[in-house]
Design a protein. Sequence first.
Length: 335
Amino acid sequence: MRAENAETVNCPSCGSALIGGLRFCRMCGYRLGEGLDEYVPTQRLDPSAATAAPPRPSTDPFNARHTWGAGPMQPVRPFGAVGQQPGMTSSLLSKSCSTNRSGLWWVLAVFVMMLVLGVGGAVVKSVRRGAASGPVITKSFLGVDSLEDADGGGALITGIAAPDTPVVRAGLIGGDIIKSFDGKPVRNADDMRELLKSTPAGKTVEVVYVRDGVEAKTVLTTIAERDNPGMRAFERRPGGAGNIGIDRRDIDRVKVPGMNIYGAEIGDIDRNGPADMFGLHEGDIVIKFGEFPIRTGGDLRYRISEALPGSTVPVTVVRGTEQMEVPVKIGRSRD
């Protein structure tokens, strides 16, 4: 039955043409008022009435599927759809979703602001620290085992730490006493350490040193400690590091009797090792290893590791009051 004379109204929310007496708009769910029936049977509307007042687009996300214009209008998602609570209209739900999205955007904005302020503050503090402390300087490295206070002032080199380091290139050895570095006096080991901290790696400097009571000068170019090859350089080469069978931890720097020099006194000797087999004794004071003078235990350890296994090296020692030369065939380190 056609209800051509039925009363029609327009929804205040979406503008759809509706049958009078409905409680809710069937297009958007908007509450229209109190009607007689909760449900009114579907009635066909006059096509001219539907086209006379075309509905305006709705911002309700649940009405996104309906169409308007020519032809019959498509139904919207029914009540009870996913995400809609019983008794909640589409319009109210749309407003609730919009409010939630707005809150989330505020939370996100606050989080981003806190992150920016935190990172920016850290950068500012870093810049301020850099400005206060000046440019960062890479600490210089000489290539020595350690430095000690020398009798009479200066910094004593206890030994050489690795091959092809600044001290090796400059001709310095263990036992040399640095008195001046880059034109600045060195009164003790701490002075030398402070000068290394303030000297940029790669700088060429003049060094004044004392060896066996005689002052001399040399020039060296410092390196960064990360560029130190270390003693492993000997172990990685073909043949490995040298060894003569003495306890490397039991070598003392002592003054040579009757001479104004120091040497390295040998402690324990391995039985049937190269030193034992070729005639070195416990208590011998080594003053020369091959062509290199020996003035500290660290220097002797370095020269032994540097020697090629299988080669023969003349070792000059002082035994009691006698000085002698002992040829020693170098073994291979077991380290």
